[in-house]
Design a protein around this ligand. Structure first.
Ligand code: FAD
Ligand code: 2HG
Ligand code: ZN
Length: 483
């Protein structure tokens, strides 16, 4: 394990579980929702990358908000630390315990509460799996404004708590815009009803935003209301090759100008990412017949006029080919080919996982600077690791991944703090979309001023005075000492 747990000390003010605690939880949740089974706990204690591992002895599965409220109130009074967990697909060590925190998963709270076909507003419980919401909406003629490779496991509560970005951000924007309301339970068990379904509501501070992206450190999200756009009839996807990064950049500017109103994804992967996908995932092949390319781009358009949209995209591709920006390209001819293009892009994290230990950096950077960092890292690390660059180019979000033969302090010392300093120097963010979790809690100052972090810590202390909610995560540990 590449866990940082050894560098973190357990907060001595937290209690350890005893048999009275177990009896209380069983009384509230029923025997079968108080999980002590070793195999179930093993899975819940380890993160998706198998990099972070905790030692929790208890997983609680509440079925409604009232149960969440009762168990949190109890944990707070007993000073039992908790970690909220959704689909456990987080990539920064935020979703698993560091020590013996009680794991609370709202996965049984998976009901759709309401859907308004006129406004497109969906209200649902936080444990709904993203893919189920996507299918539900598809049947209603709508789409989720959020899509990502982990959709089969991640929960909407986890998505909201990480403020996940994903593959359609370039079109629909952040969850801070799309989430219209939510219900959350605070550490002391108080239920905050902010489950509004209004697009406009300027009645004072909009506190729901505190919970969007706070990674379970301020409360447990139990319900969400979200604005969903209508499903449009014409979707086109092109898989393209560029030979240099400057061409990728120019293509992005062109796409924004020429495809603006229909552009729904602009993703890129470099040849290292492509090789990993081709070598580690079954049934995936390069849709471009002509040899090897340096960069691959996936451009998707979504609009309402089949012939107009296709014509537009084809004209854009022809022009890009003639001007030498792209060296090869193919348009998906049917839905199967379209999903095979997406499989390549969405499959990169899985391919990296199969390749072995990986150091992940999720950075916001000016698009024109972004790939220089990948090249610099390649030069720094030489043969000792495979440096891979891909991500949401349309949003200025680079996923820099360093795939190594083993987790190794020498390699880590070559990467950090260099990557963070580089990002800070270019006024980027050290977390574009995955959050800080355990991995980057102490690095927050690379992206936020001292005053801002101090205020964040004050808000944390106000809402969670005993610090029981997802301890050791998000905020620097030096600011979170509790008396
Ligand atoms: P978890 O991993 O279980 O938890 C994540 C964090 O949220 C933790 O801090 C946890 O404590 C907290 N949390 C979970 N549920 C709740 C709740 N109900 N209330 C309060 N706190 C809660 N992220 C992107 O932004 N864009 C991507 O494109 C993307 N693609 C991914 C692809 C793959 C293959 C994988 C494995 C991950 C990807 N991610 C991506 C990471 C991303 O953070 C998650 O997939 C997702 O948003 C987390 O949801 P989850 O339910 O799995 O939450
Ligand atoms: C993606 O965009 C995810 O595929 C995962 O955010 C990124 O693995 C990563 O670094
Ligand atoms: Zn991503």
């Amino acid at each position: 394990f590449g866990s940082l747990a050894t560098k973190v000390e357990r907060n001595p003010s937290f209690s350890s579980l005893n048999s009275d605690d177990l009896s209380y939880f069983k009384g509230v949740l029923g025997e079968k929702n108080v999980v002590q089974d070793e195999d179930r706990l093993e899975t819940a204690n380890i993160d998706w990358m198998h990099k972070y591992k905790g030692f929790s002895k208890l997983l609680l599965l509440p079925r409604n908000t009232e149960e969440v409220s009762k168990i949190l109130e109890y944990c707070n009074s007993r000073r039992l630390a908790v970690v909220p967990q959704g689909g456990n697909t987080g990539l920064v060590g935020g979703s698993v315990p560091v020590f013996d925190e009680v794991i609370i998963n709202v996965g049984s709270m998976n009901k759709i509460i309401a859907f308004d076909k006129v406004s497109g507003i969906l209200v649902c419980e936080a444990g709904c799996i993203l893919e189920n919401l996507i299918s539900y909406l598809d049947n209603q003629g709508f789409v989720m404004p959020l899509d990502l490779g982990a959709k089969g496991s991640c929960q909407i509560g986890g998505n909201v708590s990480t403020n996940a970005g994903g593959l359609r951000f370039v079109r629909y924007g952040s969850l801070h815009g799309n989430v219209l309301g939510l219900e959350a339970v605070l550490a002391n068990g108080d239920v905050l009803d902010m489950l509004g379904t209004l697009r406009k509501d300027n009645t004072g501070y909009d506190l729901k935003h505190l919970f969007i992206g706070s990674e379970g450190s301020l409360g447990i999200v139990t319900k969400v209301s979200i604005l969903t756009p209508p499903k449009l009839s014409s979707v086109n996807i092109a898989f393209l090759a560029c030979e240099d990064y400057l061409s990728c950049q120019k293509l992005l500017s062109e796409a924004k100008r020429k495809l603006g109103e229909i552009l729904s994804a602009f993703e890129f992967l470099d040849s290292h990412a492509m090789d990993l996908v081709l070598n580690h995932l079954e049934g995936v092949r390069n849709p471009l017949s002509s040899a090897v390319h340096n960069f691959y781009l996936l451009i998707e358009t979504t609009g309402s006029d089949e012939s107009y949209d296709k014509e537009k995209l084809e004209a854009f591709l022809l022009h890009s080919m003639e001007s030498g920006l792209i060296s090869d390209g193919v348009l998906a001819q049917d839905i199967n080919q379209a999903s095979s293009f997406w499989r390549i892009r969405e499959g990169v994290p899985e391919a990296l996982m199969r390749a072995g230990p990986v150091y992940k950096y999720d950075l916001s950077l000016p698009v024109e600077k972004m790939y220089s960092l990948v090249e610099e890292m390649r030069a720094r690390l030489g043969q000792s690791a495979n440096v891979v660059g891909y991500g949401h180019l349309g949003d200025g979000n680079l996923h820099l991944n360093v795939s190594a033969p083993r987790y190794d302090d020498t390699i880590l010392a070559q990467i950090e703090p260099y990557v963070y300093e580089w990002t800070s120097k270019h006024r980027g963010s050290i977390s574009a979309e995955h959050g800080l979790g355990l991995m980057k809690a102490n690095e927050i100052f690379y992206s936020k001023s001292h005053g801002t972090v101090q205020l964040m810590a004050s808000i944390k202390k106000l809402l969670d005075p005993n610090g029981i909610l997802n301890p050791y995560k998000v905020l620097p540990r030096s600011l979170l000492s509790y008396s």
